[in-house]
Each structure stands twice: as structure tokens, then as C-alpha cells.
Design a binder for this molecule. Structure first.
Ligand code: HEM
Length: 119
């Protein structure tokens, strides 16, 4: 639990900060949202999260462009199955490339960019 949570969160935050430095307009909008929803006198509470709509969208964009675990964890198929044209026999080790899915040009316009949108 510790190994799975600490490094992932630290890496995600590091990428988020590096993107914010490159996108000062986004940083400003985030600061304005935090100031208006949370204010300057207290920390963010879990109950604020629903109201932090812009922050929610931006964090999802950071995670799409910089997935911390692009190949997630190995999985094993529980039964024979087909994925499109591919036959996957029972008990195969399956590695899902979420990094490629999240930068798939068929699904996203300008997939490498933070501003990339879903087609
Ligand atoms: C940005 C932060 C994080 C990322 C990118 C991340 C990524 C992942 C990934 C890719 C998996 C495997 C999912 C799968 O293959 O089905 C996973 C599972 C898991 N993560 Fe995280 N994680 C993050 C934060 C955390 C935190 C903060 C905790 C705990 C406090 C945590 C606890 C777990 C646990 C317990 C599992 C196993 C779940 C299961 O198999 O049922 N993770 N995580």
C-alpha cells in the first residue's frame, strides 16, 4: 500500500508542477478557483472537491499526458476471450498499455499536448 501510493503520488505531483510552470494561464485559473472555493485561510478539505471543477479537469489532463504507471500492473486472463481480432487464451499474462491508449491519435486530437481534446 505504501509503495503503491507514495511514489505514484509524488511523481504525479512533480509532473503537474512541471506542466503548470509551462502553462502559467492554467496556473492562474487554478489559483483563482482555489481562492474562490477554499479561500486563503484554510487547507483544502475533501468536501471541497466537488466544487473544484476546473482543478478536477486539469488534474485529469495531467494524468492523461503523464500517466505514472503507463503499463499498469500485469493482469491474467481468467478465461479464453477475444479482444477485437486477437484471441487471448485463459491464463495469459496481459499487459495493458494505458500510456498508448491515453495518447492514441485516433481518440485524441494533439494527444501529446495538455490541450489535446477527445475526438
Ligand atoms: C497518482 C497516484 C496513483 C497512481 C497513478 C496509481 C496507479 C495504480 C495502478 C495503475 C494500479 C493497478 C490497477 C489495475 O491494474 O487494476 C493501482 C492499484 C492500486 N493502488 Fe494505486 N495509484 C495511485 C495512488 C494510490 C494511492 C494514494 C493508494 C493508497 C492510498 C493506492 C493504492 C492502490 C492499491 C491498494 C491498488 C491495488 C488495487 C487492487 O488490486 O484491487 N494507489 N494503482
Amino acid at each position: 500500500m505504501l509503495a503503491g501510493s507514495v511514489d505514484t503520488s509524488a511523481t504525479a505531483i512533480e509532473w503537474a508542477l512541471s506542466e503548470l510552470i509551462k502553462h502559467p494561464r492554467v496556473m492562474k485559473k487554478l489559483q483563482m478557483e482555489f481562492e474562490s472555493v477554499v479561500g486563503m485561510k484554510r487547507m483544502v478539505e475533501e468536501s471541497d472537491l466537488d466544487k473544484l471543477e476546473y482543478s478536477d479537469m486539469v488534474i485529469k489532463k495531467f494524468i492523461r499526458t503523464h500517466p505514472v504507471a503507463p503499463l499498469i500492473l500485469p493482469h491474467q486472463s481468467m478465461k479464453d476471450c477475444m479482444v477485437r481480432d486477437f484471441f487471448v487464451p485463459k491464463k495469459s499474462r496481459v499487459v495493458i498499455n494505458t500510456g498508448a491508449i491515453m495518447r492514441d491519435p485516433i481518440a485524441w486530437s494533439e494527444p501529446e499536448k495538455l490541450s489535446g481534446k477527445r475526438h
